[in-house]
Design a protein around this ligand. Structure first.
Ligand SMILES: [Fe+2]
Length: 352
């Protein structure tokens, strides 16, 4: 019998008759080796993929020795066994560092800042199939990892803000972003176009500005052909995304609209020139024809998504496996120290 046994996660919802998130309690031996083996077997049996597809998210509790190394061993075993490939980031817009094989720190932006619901890279034309979270160090207070089911969000939005759903369905979205030149970043969640996982993948020491910009353009074109350089070497780009996708014939609200709107509002950047308290620029989201999405729609959308959030409080050593296609995530502010790690993966067989 597998040492991964189902348990009911407190606060779980029922989505299309399935528990969300699904809980698995590890009941095996305390050593990391045993846990890695259990997860490998679980993955090889097809059970992990089936559960993740059915439930959208799985919380695995009870595996000890919380560390980046433990997470790396567990998640690489689970994902490689079922044939996933590591997701390669392009256009990273935040602070995030690689610390072990396919393991990253979660966005290291300020602890008092809330991150609203978003599918990872949901504003981008390239995004991972899965994003998994791991708690290495739990906050003193707060710091939950809230999740929401994107199929449920879609259904609820269709009931409450049908004008928005219709407009997104018929026009799609244009997500505009600004990447400042190195040295011109703001403070707090600073990033620029030169970051190794933004667009600076192929930089060499000694590259001059023009060479760097040429190299940046090669990477940007992997996401979009719609970009321009401003006078101060700021890069502005627009990615056209549908905003609604389908997962096994079910529509899912897949975009970063709430995340963008909530953060922009909190930073005081909703109105032109869209400059946040942190000195960074946050351009508003529009439909693909360039028409701005009315703020009234965005505010009502935020209310709906907020109401569907499940606050997952991860204990040290907990893994939260997330099907990025079906489920969005966020981050609550905290006090004390908190370290959440992430791992992102691609799957060829994903149901879309
Ligand atoms: Fe995220």
């Amino acid at each position: 019998m597998t040492p991964l046994q189902p348990f009911a996660v407190p606060g779980a919802q029922t989505v299309h008759s399935h528990a969300f998130p699904y809980g698995l309690q590890y009941t095996g031996a305390a050593s990391v080796e045993e846990a890695v083996q259990a997860l490998t077997d679980f993955s090889a049996s097809g059970e992990l993929s089936a559960l993740l597809t059915r439930h959208g998210a799985i919380l695995i509790h009870g595996i000890g020795h919380a560390s980046a190394d433990t997470f790396a061993r567990l998640i690489n075993a689970a994902e490689k066994t079922r044939g996933s490939q590591p997701f390669v980031q392009i256009g990273l817009a935040g602070k995030r560092n690689a610390i072990a094989e396919n393991i990253w720190t979660a966005n290291e932006g300020p602890s008092d800042r809330r991150f609203y619901q978003h599918n990872e890279y949901g504003r981008y034309t390239r995004f991972p199939s899965n994003i998994h979270f791991y708690c290495e160090k739990k906050a003193l207070t707060g710091g939950e990892s809230p999740i929401a089911h994107s199929a449920l969000v879609y259904e609820r939005l269709q009931e409450t803000v049908p004008e928005l759903v219709e407009a997104v369905r018929s026009h799609g979205l244009a997500m505009r972003q600004v990447f400042r030149a190195p040295g011109n970043e703001g403070k707090g969640n600073e990033f620029n176009w030169a970051g190794e996982h933004s667009f600076g993948q192929d930089f060499h020491p000694g590259d001059d500005l023009e060479t760097q910009k040429k190299k940046v353009e090669v990477q940007v074109r992997r996401l979009t052909d719609s970009f321009r350089w401003l006078e101060d070497d700021t890069l502005e780009l627009t990615q056209f995304v549908p905003g609604i996708r389908t997962f096994y014939d079910k529509p899912v609200w897949f975009n970063g609209l709430v995340g963008r709107y909530g953060m922009t509002r909190d930073l005081g950047a909703l109105e032109p020139p869209h400059l946040g308290h942190d000195g960074m620029t946050y351009l508003p989201s529009s439909y693909s024809d360039g028409t701005l999405i009315p703020q009234e729609y965005l505010a009502r959308m935020e209310e709906v998504v907020d109401g569907l959030e499940i606050n997952v409080a991860l204990d040290e050593g907990d893994l939260l496996l997330v099907d990025n296609y079906q489920v969005s995530h966020g981050r609550k502010p905290w006090t004390g120290e908190r370290r959440i790690l992430v791992s992102m993966w691609d799957r060829d067989d994903h149901g879309h």
